[in-house]
Design a protein around this ligand. Structure first.
Ligand SMILES: *[C@@H]1O[C@H](CO)[C@@H](O)[C@H](O)[C@H]1NC(C)=O
Ligand SMILES: *[C@@H]1O[C@H](CO)[C@@H](O)[C@H](O)[C@H]1NC(C)=O
Ligand SMILES: *[C@@H]1O[C@H](CO)[C@@H](O)[C@H](O)[C@H]1NC(C)=O
Ligand SMILES: *[C@@H]1O[C@H](CO)[C@@H](O)[C@H](O)[C@H]1NC(C)=O
Ligand SMILES: *[C@@H]1O[C@H](CO)[C@@H](O)[C@H](O)[C@H]1NC(C)=O
Ligand SMILES: *[C@@H]1O[C@H](CO)[C@@H](O)[C@H](O)[C@H]1NC(C)=O
Ligand SMILES: *[C@@H]1O[C@H](CO)[C@@H](O)[C@H](O)[C@H]1NC(C)=O
Ligand SMILES: *[C@@H]1O[C@H](CO)[C@@H](O)[C@H](O)[C@H]1NC(C)=O
Length: 341
């Protein structure tokens, strides 16, 4: 234990100093100090969802654990993408490409194929808008998301108005490594984040918050595979992003800080008010109407209260306020040295 003493004490002093230097207003993890975008928070474990949150559609009904492949298997990896909602919206939404993303795998040894995706436990509306419950001051969120793995690829579903395309080929050994990462990712990344928040529509504009949704999971998976040595094809891969535009965000703190006994009542009511026009329960169509309503509210007041990492942030909104885009995020560059597969 000889190494324990001095360095440990030094660290303790440093830590204390750091804490003293943090402005005490900061109930928030990282106001500016860690820079932007605010890092998505990972947790030690996934809490049980509250019984109030009831899924209309069972999450991952045919899910199974990720099987172990033989190291010398060869698997094809597919990019899967399809419109989120398979019904017609009419002219209003006709030109918005709101896509859902997933990854497919096909084992050449067994011939079996699999789909892997990450999505909301209680659907998009519940991850984007909270419930305002009469007996609770704080807005109530049913906003967990998780990974789902199941056997089979529904070719027709992905192909018809979307995409089913081979992006790379990997070994069974790489697949097994990836599976370990998925387990970690699924246990620590728990809350769905709908919005990207940026300073302006310019490409180089500062990003304040990154979304955390299905497409980000797919992109992380590709990145992991590239790190494991996968070499991706040169094809264009576009994804849907819902972006808000705002000046520098201000953190207010978590639920307890705002809605607890020592919270600022004016602020608490302002946040509740902000969310009151929106209904998390309903259909996809209503989700859209809610989005448009947000747009109205935001364009008039230039205010948005974002819930991110379980904390509330104030966004001083700027024109053009909100944008839904379908833009390219390239496949990862493969590491220059490919490990023998
Ligand atoms: C809320 O923030 C306070 C102050 O930073 C912290 O002590 C508390 O543990 C947080 N509560 C939750 C539920 O995260
Ligand atoms: C959203 O959450 C509410 C409250 O639990 C629930 O009643 C509703 O079914 C959920 N919506 C969907 C589409 O799952
Ligand atoms: C594909 O789009 C067409 C035309 O909008 C629609 O009629 C059809 O139901 C869609 N199919 C799927 C699987 O979404
Ligand atoms: C991810 O976590 C959820 C919730 O615990 C679980 O239902 C699901 O099976 C997990 N997914 C994978 C691929 O292990
Ligand atoms: C996946 O397997 C099913 C059932 O065998 C088959 O119909 C489908 O074409 C396969 N899809 C891919 C992309 O391999
Ligand atoms: C690929 O690069 C990443 C990041 O530089 C590194 O962590 C990883 O070990 C590399 N993998 C291979 C197979 O070279
Ligand atoms: C309480 O919040 C309101 C609205 O954000 C703000 O104007 C006011 O200054 C806050 N009061 C205190 C004491 O922090
Ligand atoms: C995909 O993204 C690129 C660049 O972001 C864009 O130019 C292109 O039009 C997009 N493709 C589709 C089909 O929208």
């Amino acid at each position: 234990m000889a190494a324990g003493g001095e360095p440990a004490r030094l660290w303790l002093v440093l830590l204390l100093l750091l804490q003293l230097e943090t402005p005490c207003s900061s109930a928030c993890g990282s106001p500016g100090q860690q820079g932007w975008p605010v890092p998505y928070r990972r947790f030690d474990y996934r809490p049980k969802t509250d019984a109030y949150c009831q899924a209309r559609y069972t999450f991952c009904p045919t899910g199974s654990p990720i099987p172990v492949m033989r190291d010398d298997d060869v698997l094809e990896v597919f990019r899967l993408q399809a419109p989120v909602w398979e019904f017609k919206y009419g002219a209003l939404l006709g030109h918005m490409k709101i896509m859902h993303d997933a990854v497919g795998f096909k084992s050449s040894l067994s011939g079996k194929n699999y789909t892997m995706e990450w999505y909301e436990l209680f659907q998009l509306g519940n991850c984007t808008f909270p419930h305002l419950r009469p007996n609770l001051l704080a807005p109530f969120w049913c906003n967990q998301g998780a990974a789902c793995f199941y056997e089979g690829i529904d070719d027709a579903h992905w192909k018809e108005n979307g995409t089913l395309v081979l992006v790379t080929t990997i070994s069974g050994a790489m697949f097994n490594q990836m599976a370990k990462w998925v387990k970690y990712d699924n246990e620590t990344g728990i809350y769905y984040e709908t919005w990207m928040v940026k300073e302006s529509p310019q490409e180089q504009a500062r990003v304040w918050f990154e979304p955390y949704e299905c497409s980000k999971f797919v992109q992380r998976t590709y990145q992991k595979l590239a790190e494991l040595g996968a070499i991706f094809k040169k094809i264009q891969t576009n994804y849907t992003t819902i972006t808000l535009f705002s000046g520098e965000p201000v953190c207010f703190g978590n639920e307890t800080a705002i809605f607890g006994p020592h919270g600022n009542k004016t602020l608490a009511l302002a946040i509740r008010d902000f969310y009151s026009p929106f209904k998390p329960y309903h259909s996809a169509k209503e989700f859209f109407l809610n989005l448009l309503r947000i747009f109205d509210e935001v364009a008039v007041d230039h205010q948005f209260y974002l819930f991110y990492n379980l904390e509330y942030w104030f966004l001083p909104m700027k024109y053009p306020f909100m944008k839904i885009a379908y833009e390219e995020i390239p496949l990862p560059h493969s590491n220059s040295t490919k490990l023998g597969i």
